[in-house]
Design a protein around this ligand. Structure first.
Ligand SMILES: CC/C=C\CC(=O)SCCNC(=O)CCNC(=O)[C@H](O)C(C)(C)COP(=O)(O)OP(=O)(O)OC[C@H]1O[C@@H](n2cnc3c(N)ncnc32)[C@H](O)[C@@H]1OP(=O)(O)O
Length: 718
C-alpha cells in the first residue's frame, strides 16, 4: 500500500509500503492513485513528495504478480496522473529506483537522490522492457545513446552517474526525504510546463540510423537468442520516430509480445530460483534457517595453481585475511606475481582499494594453523588430497573448517582422513574462480549443518551464488555434464562433426558448444580423471575398445590426448588454432580424416544427423541425469540445478535452466524422446528415463514449483 501524511504544513507525502523493496503491487498502485488524488484535492498542499519506506524508493513492478490476472490500477495511467498533476511532485530516491520504480520517478517533476542510491531499468533481465513509459521518457531526458545503453543492458547506475546523465536533479549525502521536502517547498507554485518529460522533443542526433544499427548489432552479439534486448532497441526507436502518444502505443505492443513470451517466463523463474537457493536444505534435514554459521575471519588456501590463485583473490577482495600456501618456492613466487596482477586489475576495474595487504604467502602448510577455514586447491588427485587433509587435521586449530575445491571427488573419503569429519565440506569453485559467480557447497554424509552454513556464508561474502549439494561423483554440475559430453562423443562416432554439434548448441543459446568448451578447458583434464578411474584402456583384452563396464564408451577424447591434442593450450584439439594458446577455433580437416578412419576401424557407418537429434540427445540425457540427482536427494530442488547450469555451465538464462526447459518442453515428450533413442542405443544407460522423470510425466507434467512435493525424501545419510 501507500500511506499519506502531511509534512511542514504544505507538503503531501506519499510513502510506498511493500517490504522488502516496495514493489508496485496492486495495493501499492491503488495507494498511489488514491493518495495522489487526495494531495491534489487538499488546498493546503502545495507540492508532493513520493518516497519509499525503510530507505528503499521502489524495486519496480511486483514480479510475483506477473503470472496472475492483473488487478488494481495499471501503471501507465498511474504515471500519467502523476506527470499531469498541477502541483509539483518530487521523488525522494533512497536505496533503489528500478524498473517501474524509475518510471514512477521519471513521471515526477523532480528527482532528488541519496548518494548511495542505484537507479536502472533491469527489465531486460526479466525478458521485458520498461513498459510504463520508460522507453519513451528516458531517451527524451538523457538522449538516445545513453537510453539505449541503460535499457538494453539493464545496468544499474549510481546516483552520481544518474546526476551526470540528467536523470536526477540533485544528489544528497544527507536524508534524501528531508532534502526532497525542502526542495518541494522551494518549487511550490512554480510552472511545471518544462518539467513534464513526455512533452520534451526526443533528441535526434545526426547519425541516428548508425546508432540504432550499432545497438542492434551489439545486442545480437551479446544476447545469444534472447529477444528482449532487440525489442528494447525497437521501443527506443519509437521514441525518436513517433510522437509521445504513438510511441506509448508502440511500447505497449512490444511489451505485450515480451510479457507473453516463454523467455520472460523463464527469466522470471530464474530470478526467483537464484534467490531460492540461499534457502538451502540438505538430505538429512539441516536448513538455512536453523543452522548457524561459525565466524570466519582468517581463511587459508593450499595450492596456488589457477584455481587457488582465483580463490585467494576472491577471498581477499571479500575482506578476509588470507594465508596462501604453495610448497615450492618457484611456484610460490610465480603465484604471488599472478595474484598481485589479478588484484590490481580487479581494483582498477571495480574502483576499490587494493587488497594486497590481506594476503600472507608461505611455503609451509604450518602457516594455516590458526585459520578459521582452509580451502585445499591442489591437483585433482585423491591420494595427494588425502595427504593434505591428514596434515591439515593435525595442524589446524580445533573447530577449523576444512574445505576442498575438488570438482568431483568423494568428500567423505577426504573427511575420513581427519579427526573431525563433521567439519569437512566441498567448496567447488568454477574457473576463473575470482570471476565466476557459482559455488557448489558440497556436504558429505558427516558434514555438520554448521559447517554447511559456514561455507554458504563465506561464499555469499565472496559475492558467489552458493548452492548446497550432496556428495556424489561430479556433484551436480559435472555429474550432469558427463552425460552431455558422452552424447556429443557418440554423435561424432555416428557421423557428426564437432562444428555441427557446436553450432546446434550455440544456436540453442550456449555461449560455446561442447567441443569449443572442451578445447578451452583442456582435453587433458578429463583424460586424467578417466585414467584415474581406469577407463582409458578396456578392462581386459578381447573387450571392445568402445565398451566399459558393459556400457558404450567413446575413446575419442583419449585418442586425441594420446596425440598431444589438448585443445587451445597445444593449438590443436577438436579444432585447430593458429598457435598454442590461440583462441580462434578453426575447422580442422585432419580431425575429419581422423574421425573417418576411426569409424572405418570400428565398423561404424557415418549417417546424416539432424539438428533435432543433436539437441535432444545432448540436452535430454543431461536433463535426465538432473532428475536422477533430484531422486537421489543430491539437489534439494530443480532451482538448485538450474542455477548451477546457468551460472556455471553457460546454459542460456532465457531458457531458465535445464529443469525449467524440460518443464516447458513437456516431461512426457522428454520421456518419449529418451525412450526413442534408448531403443536405438540400448547400451547407453543415460538414455533410460529416470524413475522420477517418469513419475512426474505420468502425473500430467505438474508445474515446476510442485515437483518438490513429488520428490521422495531420501533416507538420511547420517
Ligand atoms: C508495465 C511494467 C513495468 C515495469 C516492469 C518492472 O518494473 S519489472 C521489475 C523491475 N525490477 C527489477 O527487476 C528489480 C528486481 N530486484 C532486484 O534486482 C533486487 O532484488 C534488488 C531490488 C536490487 C534488491 O537486491 P538484494 O540483493 O538486496 O535482495 P534480493 O535480490 O535478495 O531481494 C530481496 C527480496 O525481494 C524480492 N524482490 C526484489 N525485487 C522484487 C520485485 N520487483 N518484485 C517482487 N519481489 C521482489 C526478492 O525476490 C527477494 O525475496 P525472496 O523471497 O528472497 O525471493
Amino acid at each position: 500500500m501507500a500511506f499519506y501524511s502531511r509534512v511542514s504544513g504544505s507538503v503531501g507525502m506519499i510513502t510506498l509500503q511493500n517490504p522488502p523493496v516496495n514493489a508496485l503491487s496492486a495495493a501499492v498502485r491503488q495507494g498511489i492513485v488514491d493518495t495522489m488524488h487526495r494531495a491534489l484535492s487538499e488546498p493546503e498542499v502545495k507540492s508532493v513528495v513520493i518516497c519509499g519506506q525503510n530507505g528503499k524508493f521502489c524495486g519496480g513492478a511486483d514480479i510475483r504478480e506477473f503470472g496472475a490476472t492483473m488487478a488494481g490500477p495499471p501503471l501507465v495511467p498511474m504515471v500519467h496522473l502523476i506527470e499531469a498533476a498541477s502541483k509539483p511532485v518530487v521523488a525522494a530516491i533512497e536505496g533503489i529506483a528500478l524498473g517501474g520504480g524509475l518510471e514512477l520517478a521519471l513521471s515526477c517533476h523532480y528527482r532528488i537522490a541519496h548518494s548511495k542510491a542505484r537507479l536502472g531499468f533491469p527489465e531486460v533481465a526479466l525478458g521485458l522492457l520498461p513498459g510504463a513509459g520508460g522507453t519513451q521518457r528516458l531517451p527524451r531526458l538523457v538522449g538516445v545513446p545513453a537510453a539505449l545503453d541503460l535499457i538494453t543492458t539493464g545496468r544499474h547506475v549510481t546516483a552520481a552517474e544518474a546526476r551526470q546523465l540528467g536523470i536526477v536533479d540533485e544528489v544528497t549525502e544527507l536524508n534524501a526525504v528531508d532534502a526532497a521536502v525542502k526542495f518541494a517547498q522551494s518549487v511550490a507554485g512554480k510552472s511545471l510546463d518544462a518539467r513534464r518529460i513526455s512533452t520534451y522533443p526526443c533528441p535526434r542526433p545526426p547519425d541516428l540510423d548508425a546508432i540504432f544499427e550499432r545497438a542492434m548489432q551489439q545486442v545480437r552479439r551479446s544476447s545469444r537468442g534472447a529477444i528482449a534486448p532487440g525489442t528494447c532497441v525497437q521501443a527506443v526507436h519509437a521514441a525518436v520516430t513517433l510522437p509521445y502518444a504513438k510511441g506509448m502505443e508502440r511500447e505497449r505492443e512490444l511489451f505485450s509480445v515480451l510479457f507473453n513470451s516463454g523467455q520472460a517466463r523463464a527469466l522470471q523463474y530464474y530470478f526467483f530460483a537464484q534467490r531460492a537457493v540461499s534457502r538451502w536444505s540438505t538430505a538429512n534435514g539441516a536448513r538455512w534457517d536453523t543452522s548457524k554459521p561459525r565466524p570466519v575471519r582468517k581463511a587459508a588456501v593450499i595450492g596456488l595453481g589457477t584455481m587457488g590463485r582465483g580463490i585467494t583473490v576472491s577471498l581477499a577482495q571479500a575482506g578476509f585475511t588470507v594465508v596462501a600456501v604453495e610448497t615450492q618456492e618457484k611456484q610460490l613466487s610465480e603465484a604471488k606475481q599472478g595474484v598481485s596482477g589479478m588484484l590490481e586489475r580487479g581494483a582498477k576495474r571495480r574502483g576499490v582499494p587494493l587488497a594486497h595487504d590481506k594476503i600472507k604467502y608461505s611455503c609451509s602448510v604450518q602457516a594455516v594453523a590458526d585459520a578459521d577455514l582452509v580451502i585445499e586447491a591442489v591437483f585433482e588427485d585423491m591420494a595427494l588430497k588425502k595427504t593434505v587433509f591428514q596434515q591439515l587435521s593435525a595442524i589446524c586449530k580445533p573447530g577449523a573448517l576444512l574445505c576442498t575445491n575438488t570438482s568431483g571427488l568423494d568428500i567423505d573419503e577426504l573427511a575420513s582422513q581427519t579427526q573431525s569429519p563433521e567439519l569437512v565440506v566441498g567448496m567447488h569453485f568454477f574457473a576463473p574462480a575470482h570471476v565466476m559467480q557459482l559455488l557448489e557447497v558440497v556436504y558429505g554424509p558427516r558434514s555438520s549443518p554448521e559447517a554447511v552454513a559456514t561455507a554458504m556464508q563465506v561464499g555469499k561474502k565472496m559475492g558467489k551464488v552458493s548452492v548446497a549439494v550432496g556428495n556424489c561423483r561430479g556433484f551436480v554440475g559435472n555429474r550432469m555434464l558427463k552425460q552431455y559430453l558422452e552424447q556429443a562423443f557418440f554423435l561424432l562416432e555416428e557421423g557428426a562433426t564437432p562444428e555441427q554439434v557446436d553450432q546446434v548448441l550455440e544456436e540453442f543459446g550456449f555461449a560455446m558448444g561442447v567441443f569449443k568448451v572442451s578445447d578451452l578447458s583442456g582435453l587433458d583434464v578429463g583424460w586424467k580423471v578417466r585414467k584415474a578411474d581406469g577407463l582409458v584402456s578396456p578392462a581386459s583384452t578381447g573387450t571392445s575398445a568402445r565398451i566399459r563396464g558393459g556400457s558404450r564408451y567413446s575413446p575419442l577424447g583419449d585418442l586425441l590426448c594420446e596425440r598431444g591434442r589438448f585443445g587451445q593450450k597445444t593449438g590443436k584439439g577438436w579444432y585447430q588454432y593458429d598457435k598454442p594458446g590461440g583462441r580462434v577455433a578453426k575447422v580442422d580437416p585432419w580431425l575429419h580424416g581422423f574421425l573417418e578412419d576411426y569409424r572405418a576401424q570400428h565398423g561404424l557407418v557415418a549417417r546424416r544427423i539432424d539438428h533435432q537429434e543433436v539437441l535432444e540427445r545432448c540436452l535430454y540425457t543431461l536433463i535426465n541425469e538432473g532428475f536422477q540427482i533430484l531422486q537421489d536427494g543430491i539437489a534439494a530442488g530443480p532451482e538448485d540445478i538450474d542455477v548451477i547450469y546457468v551460472l556455471g555451465y553457460g546454459w542460456p538464462r532465457h531458457r531458465g535452466g535445464p529443469m525449467f526447459y524440460a518443464s516447458q518442453v513437456g516431461l512426457d515428450k522428454v520421456v518419449e524422446r529418451l525412450e526413442h533413442y534408448q531403443q536405438i542405443h540400448p547400451d547407453v544407460p543415460g538414455l533410460q528415463p529416470s524413475r522420477l522423470l517418469r513419475k512426474l510425466a505420468a502425473i500430467n507434467n505438474p508445474a515446476i514449483h510442485k515437483w518438490r512435493e513429488v520428490i521422495q525424501k531420501p533416507r538420511s545419510q547420517l
